[in-house]
Design a protein around this ligand. Structure first.
Ligand code: FPP
Length: 265
């Protein structure tokens, strides 16, 4: 296929975009920073929550797309530790939205064969939202078509601190010797343990930052930054991100033609 850019894909239909995808170059794991909900709403003179609610539709579409294309893992940043600094009414409304999403979507996730898991300091969520998180985790624990990880009250640095703290405790208890500590061992203490590192990170809304998301795991991830606001990031935009990803040459610090890293799934 001739190399294209996001702009050169613009005139193509969804069917045409899908046909251009190379099944052998599909990412195994996509991570998403869903940004721009507030701006989407403000541009329309609506309350910010209207943007978050509309953003749920984009969440649904990207889950379906991953499931359709056989992408094994999707990790979405739904609420960062820094988001606790937002106005209380917005935090409360986001927690209610999360709870409603889990209640209303559980059957659809089961039907899609998606296993749901939350990462982050989820114990800081309000009890009713936390109960739903745990319920959907339990009800989908046996499914394996798509691993859907939702980062809630998540921060990449605190994830690493929590991992190091548990590892230090295991050293103190004599379960681990300091000279046994290597990258795979430290990785096994992270909340994403068992998942391959993301191959592709998508961030919407024109910002080009990682914002404390998956700091360890994104070491070799390809970044796709788009000005599209999250509520407008639908199947079509996701297909374009995938096509652009497939045109990147991934070298992992090696020479051209190097192989992809071994699967962690
Ligand atoms: C960023 O937009 C988005 C968030 C902080 C929340 C993302 C949440 C959702 C899409 C809905 C909930 C998700 C699930 C899975 C239930 P922003 O508010 O920072 O937008 P802005 O930068 O334009 O202000």
């Amino acid at each position: 296929m001739a190399k294209g850019t996001a702009t050169s894909f613009e005139h193509l239909t969804e069917t045409e975009l899908t046909a251009l995808l190379d099944p052998d170059l599909m990412p195994r794991h996509i991570a998403v920073i869903m940004d721009g909900n507030g701006r989407w709403a403000e541009l329309r003179g609506l309350p910010r929550m209207a943007g978050h609610t509309e953003g749920i539709k984009s969440v649904r579409e990207i889950i379906t797309l991953c499931r359709d294309l056989g992408i094994a893992a999707l990790t979405i940043y739904a609420f960062s530790q820094e988001n606790w600094k937002r106005p209380i009414p917005e935090i409360n409304a986001l927690m209610l939205l999360l709870e409603h999403y889990l209640q209303s979507e559980m059957d659809a996730l089961i039907e899609k064969g998606a296993r749901f898991r939350a990462i982050g300091r989820v114990n800081s969520l309000p009890p009713s939202a936390l109960n739903w998180v745990r319920k959907v985790e339990r009800e989908t624990a046996h499914l394996d078509k798509l691993m859907l990880t939702v980062a809630l009250s998540y921060g990449g640095r605190s994830e690493i601190v929590d991992a190091v703290r548990r590892l230090a405790q295991d050293c103190k208890d004599g379960k681990v010797q300091p000279d046994q500590i290597d990258e795979p061992l430290l990785e096994s203490y992270l909340s994403t343990q068992g998942l391959p590192d993301p191959d592709l990170l998508i961030r919407t809304s024109g910002e080009a930052r990682i914002s404390n998301f998956l700091l360890w795991q994104l070491a070799y991830t390809e970044m796709f930054f788009t000005p599209t606001l999250w509520p407008d990031f639908r199947r079509r935009e996701a297909l374009i991100a995938l096509l652009e990803y497939q045109q990147r040459e991934r070298r992992f610090g090696q020479v051209p033609g190097a192989v992809y890293p071994p699967s962690g799934l």
